[in-house]
Structures are given as C-alpha cells and as structure tokens.
Design a protein around this ligand. Structure first.
Ligand SMILES: CCCCCCCCCCCCC/C=C/[C@@H](O)[C@H](COP(=O)(O)O)NC(=O)CCCCCCCCCCCCCCC
Ligand SMILES: Nc1ncnc2c1ncn2[C@@H]1O[C@H](COP(=O)(O)OP(=O)(O)O)[C@@H](O)[C@H]1O
Ligand SMILES: [Ca+2]
Length: 482
C-alpha cells in the first residue's frame, strides 16, 4: 500500500536496542509515524518495561533515547502499532530528532486532530463500548487526537444529532463505532445536513447531491461490517483506528432511493430485493441472536425459495472503463479509480421477469462471510452501481450461485444470473398497476392471498419482497435509484 506523501527518516547515528538487535539502522516513513516521545533514560521509563531490562553497560554508553510509534503492516491487510527506540550519545541531537519528527507530523494536514465519536452499544455482539475503550481510545490518545464521545441512546440518535445539533466546525472528522446500519445513520445525518445547507431538494430524483466535506471513520463493531471490510480489506478495530489516525481517505458512491418523487433513503453498500430483503426482514425479529441471525434467516430464506415478478429498468454506464466481470479489486489505499463521468450514451433498458434476487451493489460488499463480496469488481467511487439479477432457478442452482461467493469461482457465470454496471435503475413489482401504488405493508398480505386465489396453481410466492437498503427495510417495493 502506498501513501501519496512519503518522506523517509533513517536514523544513522542511533542504535536501535529493542527486540534484542544492536546497532541496526531502521527506516520509518513519516506518513506512518503515529507519535514520538523522548525517554528519560537515567531514571528508566515507566511506560517501557523493556528498557529497564537493558544491561547497565549500554545505558551508560548511550544515555539518550527516543521512541517512535509507527504503523506496521501485518497479515491480511491488518495494521498494528509498533514501537522502535533509538539511543544516542548526545542529548541535543536526540532532542533535535524528536523536534524534527514532531514538526514533520504537524505538517501532515490530512491527519485529524479533533474527532466526534458515536458508539452504538447494541451493534453486533454489543461490544462497541468495550472495543472503543480498549482498542481505539488508547491509540487516539497516543496520536494526540482529542475526542468527544457519544454513546447512542436510541436508534437514529447519531443521525439526528449530526443533522441538527452537532457543531461540525469543531471537528476534522466523525467516527462511527458499530455496523453498516450505524454507518448508514451517520451518512444520512451528514448528507442530509450538507444538502439542506446547500439548498438541494432531497425529494427530487434528478438533483445531484453536494458531496460532504467531513470524513466518516468506521470502527467495525457490527454484524456484517461490509462497508469497513470492503474499504479496508479487513474488519479489525485497530487497523481502522490506525487508518483514521494517518488520515487515509476514500470517497464513496451514495445512491438516493426514491418512491414517487419522495426521498426514502441513501444507500452506500447493498440494495437487495428478494433474497437479501427476505433475509433481513426475517432476521430483524431475531436480533437477540447477534450476527448469527443472518445465517439462520439466510438458511430459512434459502429453503423458502420465493421468487418475485417485476420489471427492472436501468441506464447502463456505457462511458466507463471496466465492467463488473473485471478481475481488479477496489479498496482504499490501493487505487482511486478516475473515471470519465457522466455523459449518458444509450438509453434505458428494460428487463421483465421472475427474480430470486435483485441486488444493487455500489461497492464490492465484501465481508467475512464473502471475502470477495457480492460484486467483487465494483468500484467505491465511480458513480455507478452493479445491478445483479438472479432469475428464478432451482434451489440447487441458487445454492451453487451462493456458494460461489465464498470461493474463487465467478458467481456471475451462470445462465440465470446477469450483471450490469448502471448509473440509475428502477424497479416496479408486477401487480403494482399505477403510480398511486398500494402501500407494501398495508396491502401486501391482502394482495398475496388475492393473487393466490386468482392463480391456484402458483407456487405461492408472495407478490412482494422488501428492499434491504444497507441493512434497513424500505417501506416500498417500487423504487427509483440514482
Ligand atoms: C452457503 C453460503 C453462502 C454464503 C453467501 C454469502 C453471501 C454474502 C454476501 C453478503 C453481502 C452483504 C452486504 C451487506 C449488507 C449489510 O449492509 C447489511 C447490514 O449489516 P449490519 O447488520 O452490519 O448493519 N447486512 C445484511 O443485510 C446481511 C446480509 C447477510 C446475508 C447472509 C446470507 C447468508 C446466506 C446463507 C445461505 C445458506 C444456505 C445454506 C443452504 C444449505
Ligand atoms: N442506542 C441504540 N439503541 C438501539 N438501536 C440503536 C442504537 N444506536 C443505533 N441503533 C440502531 O441499531 C441498528 C443496528 O446497528 P449496527 O451498528 O448496524 O449493528 P448491526 O451490524 O448489528 O446491525 C441500526 O439500525 C441503528 O440505527
Ligand atoms: Ca460504485
């Protein structure tokens, strides 16, 4: 992984005495230094037990020392904080090093100094507060970052606080400790506030959103954590904290979801109808199971094997480099795709059919369950979403398709699956005649029994599924996304 700004320090006149090495030179790039502190060698240091174990002779020989904490890359995209101590003979030289490093660190303007942190204490395995206090807060302190921490008291607490109350000018960024649902709350708070401040009407599907200037950091403490996993490459709180400290940034596509010119929600990861909608609807009733609720409901939904009829219309993204079938992977810090936007060539395409799943992935949606994700080649910030249509097929074939999300085999290379990179799309369920469409929740069940009476031979798939929008159920089946 590469940082755009990289100045290297070598420490030639110093002896590195930790880890049992003697006299080795050590290079650390400034962009990866977290903190530097001088050591009071004579009295030994309270916070570095290793020093006190050093033989007396070497303390006499090198009476001055400083410790640099830096990012060390570990296995599978993990980052860790590592310390290296340098020793020397002259106090003035030692101080000069410390001062120079501090100056260099201050010059890194992309690093945050003040952060506003929201913790969802009920996300995932309900470990949000513990994860923050034990793994993240000490690193922020080490890096001299000041924080204001809010533990949420109810759903949408963070969203509403960000939208109306928070004094955002005081902060360089906001941090969310939780899952995709919590991240989505923060996106809603910040994006809504930015549109309101800029006079953009959220209800108009045609209007372009004004990008937010504040960055959102994610400390994974949820059930799926796909937004963290897909951007960083792993769902690991320490790794995420270190990315936040060094000021890594990644732009992200945000889709708006509308129903009849009324704004419903924003989506950043998965919008799924059919399978993933049904899994979510069932799993919400089993929150007490924790993250395992998704496996339970996934298994149950797989067995139910419902398909849904409807019409998908979409505007293909024709003027881009790359397709959903590429072998490339997009992650923060790897490359920022620079695509030409957004002259629309070609028109809308319309596909009618019976679908087991309709998924729109604005990013790969990689997560521990599927390390390559729903759409492995999706880009994080290219203004497109990958629309995956899984048509009605046998249970056996659907299982083969699902299993391929966990292996190297291509989940799109199946006759009943198609994938399109699109700029906008619309979905209209069958049995939904007019614009004054029936409200899904009110009338879904009535309609279902009506349809079954009308079609006694049907396999009794209900008329409607629900949309799973980043882990939240949408109240309408007919939607427009752009
Ligand atoms: C047979 C194994 C098949 C494994 C297939 C795994 C595909 C997983 C792709 C997951 C994409 C997830 C996209 C992320 C969505 C999240 O925004 C959203 C919210 O997250 P949060 O709770 O952290 O706030 N999460 C979700 O909607 C959860 C979706 C989880 C789907 C799990 C599906 C498991 C399927 C198991 C099928 C089992 C069939 C077994 C038959 C013998
Ligand atoms: N204090 C709270 N009490 C109850 N629900 C909350 C609270 N804070 C946030 N939520 C809601 O909890 C839901 C799940 O949060 P999330 O962090 O995504 O965890 P998970 O990944 O387990 O779903 C979100 O819809 C969010 O709005
Ligand atoms: Ca995208």
């Amino acid at each position: 992984m590469h940082h755009p700004f990289k100045v290297g320090f070598c420490f030639p006149k110093f002896l590195r005495r930790d880890k049992g090495e003697s006299g080795t030179s050590h290079g650390v790039s400034v962009s990866e230094i977290l903190a530097v502190r001088e050591l009071d060698v004579d009295s030994g240091t309270k916070d570095d037990g290793r020093w006190q174990k050093m033989p007396q002779k070497s303390t006499e020989a090198y009476p001055y020392a400083f410790t640099v904490s830096y990012v060390e890359r570990a296995w599978q995209h993990r980052w860790r904080c590592s310390d290296v101590t340098f020793h020397c003979l002259e106090g003035a030289l030692c101080q000069q090093w410390v001062q120079t490093i501090r100056e260099q660190l201050t010059a890194l303007t992309s690093r945050p100094k003040h952060l506003l942190v929201y913790i969802n204490p009920y996300g995932g395995k309900q470990q949000g507060e513990r994860i923050y206090e034990q793994k993240v807060a000490p690193l922020f302190t080490l890096a001299s970052i000041s924080t204001h921490v809010i533990v949420t008291e109810h759903a949408n607490h963070a969203r509403d606080h960000l939208r109306t109350e928070a004094e955002l000018k005081k902060y360089d960024g906001v941090v969310c400790v939780g899952g995709d649902g919590m991240f989505s709350e923060m996106v809603h708070g910040l994006v809504s506030r930015t549109q309101r401040d800029n006079g953009v009407d959220q209800n108009s599907p045609e209007e372009k959103l004004v990008p937010c200037t504040l960055r959102i950091g994610i400390i994974p403490a949820g059930s799926t954590d796909c937004i963290c996993y897909a951007t960083v490459g792993i769902n690991d709180p320490v790794t995420s904290a270190l990315h936040i400290i060094v000021g890594d940034a990644q732009a992200m596509d945000v889709c708006s979801v509308h129903h009849n010119n009324t704004f419903l929600r924003y989506s950043v990861s998965l919008l799924g109808y059919g399978f993933y909608g049904d899994v979510l609807a069932d799993s919400e009733r089993k929150r007490w199971m924790g993250p395992a609720r998704y496996d339970f409901s996934g298994f149950k939904t797989f067995l139910t094997h419902h398909y849904y009829e409807g019409t998908v219309s979409f505007l293909p993204a024709t003027d881009i480099l790359g397709t959903p079938r590429d072998k490339t992977r997009c992650r923060a810090g790897y490359h920022q795709p620079l695509f030409l936007l957004p002259e629309y060539k070609g028109g809308w395409r319309v596909i009618r059919g019976k679908f087991l799943a309709i998924n729109a992935a604005s990013m790969s949606c990689a997560c521990p369950r599927s390390p390559k994700g729903l759409s492995p080649a999706a880009h994080l910030a290219d203004g497109t979403t990958d629309l995956i249509l899984v048509r009605k097929c046998s249970r056996f074939n659907f299982l083969r398709h699902l299993l391929r999300h966990t292996s190297k085999y291509d989940q799109f290379d199946m006759t009943f699956v198609e994938v399109h990179r699109v700029r906008r799309f619309r979905f209209t369920p069958r049995y939904c005649q007019s614009d004054s469409e029936l409200d899904l929740r009110e009338n879904g069940k009535k309609l279902f029994s009506q349809i079954c009476r009308d079609h006694p031979a049907c396999s009794c798939s209900p008329a409607y599924s629900s949309w799973n929008c980043d882990g939240e159920i949408l109240p309408h089946a007919a939607i427009e996304v752009g």
